[in-house]
Design a protein. Sequence first.
Length: 255
Amino acid sequence: MVELKTAQSIDAMREAGRIVAQALTAAREAAAVGVSLLDLDQVAHDVLREAGASSPFLGYRPHFAPTPFPAVLCASVNEAIVHGIPNAYRLRDGDLVSLDCGAQLAGWAGDSAISFIVGTPRPEDERLIRTAESALEAGIAAAVVGNRIGDIAHAIGTVCRKAGYGIPEDFGGHGIGRQMHEDPGVPNEGRPGRGMPLRVGMALAIEPMVIAGGGDGYHPAPDGWTLRTNDGSRAAHAEHSVAITEDGPRILTAL
């Protein structure tokens, strides 16, 4: 069931989203050669705590997971696509890092993700990240009344495929509101004009993921959470929580 949010509820979600943006910004600013992924998780954790928010990631255990998630950040490096568990790994020059974070505040959730390069960038990694961000922008632009879920999916997939990148099968965005994951699902590839109609009050987490090698395959790491590319190529991830309003899409997780 899809809950349509009131204007007041969307404002409350914006406050949760603002905290997510602050946590991701702080973690990105802290990311440097020699800094561990655990350090970044602590930075994000501190932001949430100081804002009076909780983490919908910490302790989360979906059906596929062998254990509850132990952190407030997903930290995925290089060939890791999503769901990376922060650990003692220390960042190296040229690492491509994707950070995904959520916040729960006053009963409402926010969810967002960014990708960036630590130290010296490689042009091919910069292009990969730009494509993920461009696909996110295209998906958000399609999130308007009169369109359908398939229009968002088609917009995202068109950008990713045109760039020659792969799209992880069976993973995409989702509804968001009182819970981090709600209906409907938002695929990263699809046919325009298909799927659920978009209505005022819907809130969606739109999140393109791209694989540099062009293939769509991935596999879980031994931790049961981290998803890695089958071909060993790098991946990037971008995400915003977005509300559909009469005036167009409203980004809830912008800084």
